[in-house]
Ligand binder design. Sequence first.
Ligand SMILES: [Zn+2]
Length: 335
Amino acid sequence: MSVARIVDAGYMVGFEESVCNVSKDVMRTELGKRNRSLYHVAENKEFQSYEENTSHQTNLGLARNQSPSATLETWHGRLCHRTLDSPAVNYSSSKVRDMEVSNTSVASTKICGVCALGPQHKEAEMKAREKGTELLSVVHSDLCGPMETATLNGERYFITFTDEMSGRVSISLLRTKDRALSQFQAYPSRAEKASGKMIKALPTDGGGEYLNKAFKKYLVAAGIYHIVTPPYSPSRNGLAERMNRTIMETARCLLLESQISFKFWGHAALTAAHVHNRLPSRSHNNTSPIAFWTGKEPSIGHLPVFGSTPWLHIPKEMRRKLAAKSLKGILVGYE
Ligand SMILES: [Zn+2]
């Protein structure tokens, strides 16, 4: 294993008394355990293939032209490194539109080295009591950051609002924590317009971004019951925390696989949320978050691989004489 290569990719490798781990900003993954004077990296062939593959642009198929039909490897990338064995392919493709897998013979774990650095992404877990009975009635929120690296727009935080009933997550990138209130104010207005429903309760942790005077005043005026989790007992706020962790782990995989600068963590996090909202969840009646809101299965045929390198056509008017008709781009997200 080359520690230098991992460090060159912008990660830190830490050796502690009993474990060694790789980290970046708030993300941390255990690499191995210490045995006497040596640290043993967990036996993991995929991890070695990650190393072999890091010299390439990507070890997954590039989806230059999005199409409903792609290989399992490409779908694994398009779905943000979701676990895709045969049952998972059958399950997911039956709950969305425009997902055709052209080969199902290889398990995605066998072809993706990046996933070896962290757990493969299963759907965000929900507990039995975390299933609201009405859209928007309970919205969970949590703020994540500060990241060590700011995005190109100077953002170091993200905040999520997750609707308990559907599992739909709305994510915003923030420069400072005090933007939390304005993002929450923007969230229900967009969502309520679509559903005509009102937020009744907002579980959060006791972070200052939620407990300040302005936030409290807004919640009282809007008639929203604020459920604050006491410190060190995160069970009530577990849904939002798990959602943020899933988003961050997914973002880490996307960046690692594409070898794009960590400045694009925000794009990767938005991509992770976009894909999450379109995939079915066993804890939500095998329905995708979007389907709860629209009543129909979402199409995912448009999803490209994060970090793929499409050729972009340059319109005639924008071209100088003899200049190239197209430019190679790097895909870092989509609307
Ligand atoms: Zn993967």
